[in-house]
Write a protein that binds this ligand. Structure first.
Ligand code: GAL
Length: 506
């Protein structure tokens, strides 16, 4: 049966969410990362670069931070506010980094304190180079001094770029040494600071950064195109000496497909910020003060966020990639860029659940389907001719988009803040809140963590049951152009939870 309700347009954020589900630190497998205890699940928050680039000042940052709170996004887990490039005015005579006090009159410690008072975390940016990409002071050679300055300012997160690196790249060792210097310096401050490497995939950071960073960018800069090829982002795989910029969502997804297993608790593949409305760990890149209803609805869907923040910590992987069908030519084109491509992804979740996603980058709606053997391909390729427990089983299929808030509710929140949903009718009797909005219960991870909600079968994270998948069966979905259909599969009867996937591929 076709699952019409399971689809949504241009949910690029969501695809990325699906790529990065995770496992608790208390696992038998040692966590990755620099030893700061952070990044047990992928980071969530907001970064100003993609929307306003260098046009930063204190007001813009505070306005967006306030929106994180007012729109209910902080309570969904989006906690880091990250100030990107262009905030500095150089160094003092003794080499201390200085903030531009015209743009940031409260100073960075003052701004950090206001951010913390909102229940948020404070993120900043520098480069492992002589200059930042916008030619402000970089931290190469100043690692210890700058790390201490960041700690003194109350910084909780550092995005660390790769511009003007004085040629200290070209081998993994050169890049490792340069990025480890800041990792060590941050640790030496004693303040837990999430360390987000931004070297665009140069020298394959997923092979060397897992013990020094909490995340590493795998590609050049994303921009707001779903699939347009652009020679400024020249490569469609990560094996490329020139990462570039103007990388489309599909370009980056194609790059991550072969390295998904490198992301684990403590250290994650970073696909760059989410290209939401302005059209991604889940760092929103849009101006939150201009949020529209469909974007808020997509970004706020707890059922999808619970996949990103799943406690198992095993990334979903792509099972197949096929050209999209074109009714115009009545054919499947071999040319993925002309016809667009389609994907099927599957991944393990905590408690024996499974997540699956169909991605359609084609120009028209596609009917996509996957067999139960494809859903549980990891269990059926172990050399045994016996059916696996999973493929012999019966599964409830939950549509992860079905319970997202409707646009009218999202609009109510945008106009009056999340608190307006529960606000009493004013004394003049006018209450513009719609019935759907009044009935909507905002999800709050500080009250109910995602893992708890999943265990309690909370429909906000489970979605709506739309089908049953049985032995020999398949799951089908009609996926609109530039859309993603996503489902959680839950076994009807208790089956032994599979052990950790063998990681011999590492
Ligand atoms: C790029 C980086 C972007 C942004 C920009 C700032 O190198 O990939 O995400 O930080 O620099 O100049």
């Amino acid at each position: 049966m076709a699952l019409q309700r399971a689809t949504i347009r241009l949910a690029a954020a969501v695809v990325v969410a699906l790529l990065a589900p995770q496992l608790p630190l208390a696992s038998a497998i040692s966590p990755q990362g620099p030893g700061n205890g952070l990044g047990v699940t992928p980071q969530m928050g907001w970064d100003n670069w993609n929307s306003i680039a260098c046009q930063v000042d204190e007001d813009v940052i505070l306005d967006n931070a306030k929106k994180l709170v007012d729109l209910g996004l902080r309570d969904l887990g989006y906690k880091y506010v990250i100030l990107d490039d262009c905030w500095s005015s150089g160094r003092s005579d003794n080499g201390t980094l200085l903030a531009n006090t015209t743009k940031f009159p409260s100073g960075m410690a003052g701004l950090a304190s206001q951010i913390h008072d909102m229940g948020l975390k404070w993120g900043m940016y520098s480069s492992a180079g002589k200059y930042t990409c916008a030619q402000y002071a970089g931290s190469l050679g100043f690692e210890k001094q700058d790390a201490q300055t960041f700690a003194d300012w109350g910084v909780d997160y550092l995005k660390y770029d790769n511009c003007y690196n004085e040629g200290q790249e070209g081998t993994s060792k050169l890049s490792y040494d340069r990025y480890k210097a800041m990792s060590d310096a941050l640790n030496a401050t004693g303040r837990p600071i999430f360390y987000s490497m931004c070297n665009w995939g140069t020298d394959y950071p997923w092979n060397f950064a897992s013990t020094i960073a909490n995340s590493w960018r795998i590609a050049g800069d994303i921009y707001d195109s779903f699939d347009r090829p652009d020679p400024r982002c020249p490569c469609t795989t990560w094996d490329c000496a020139l990462p570039g910029f103007h990388c489309s969502v599909m370009n980056i997804l194609n790059k991550v497909a072969s390295i998904v297993d490198k992301g684990r608790p403590g250290g994650w593949n970073d696909l760059d910020a989410l290209e939401g409305p302005r059209q991604i760990p889940l760092i929103m890149g849009n101006d939150l003060t201009l949020m529209d209803a469909p974007s808020l609805s997509i970004l706020s869907n707890p059922a999808i966020l619970a996949i990103s923040q799943d406690s198992l910590g095993t990334a979903a992987f792509r099972v197949w990639q096929k050209p999209a069908y074109s009714s115009q030519n009545n054919t499947y084109s071999a040319d993925l860029y002309t016809a667009g491509e389609t994907y099927f992804w599957t991944g393990r979740l905590a408690g024996g659940d499974q997540v699956i996603a169909f991605v359609n980058a084609g120009a028209q709606q596609q009917s996509l389907s996957a067999t139960i053997d494809e859903v549980f391909v990891d269990y059926v390729t172990t050399g045994s001719s016996k059916p696996s427990v999973q493929t012999a089983n019966t599964w409830d299929v939950y549509d992860l988009w079905a319970n997202r808030m409707d646009d009218a509710t999202a609009k109510t929140i945008i106009d009056g803040g999340i608190q307006s949903l529960t606000a009493p009718t004013p004394s003049n009797g006018t209450n513009t809140t719609t019935a759907a909005a009044a009935a909507y219960t905002p999800f709050n991870v500080t009250v109910t963590p995602y893992a708890d909600a999943v265990k309690k079968n909370d429909t906000a994270v489970l979605g709506v049951k739309v089908a049953t998948l049985m032995a020999g069966g398949s799951v089908k979905a009609d996926v609109p152009s530039h859309g993603v259909a996503a489902f959680r599969l839950r076994s009807q009867k208790m089956i032994p939870v599979a052990g950790k996937r063998k990681r011999d591929e590492l």
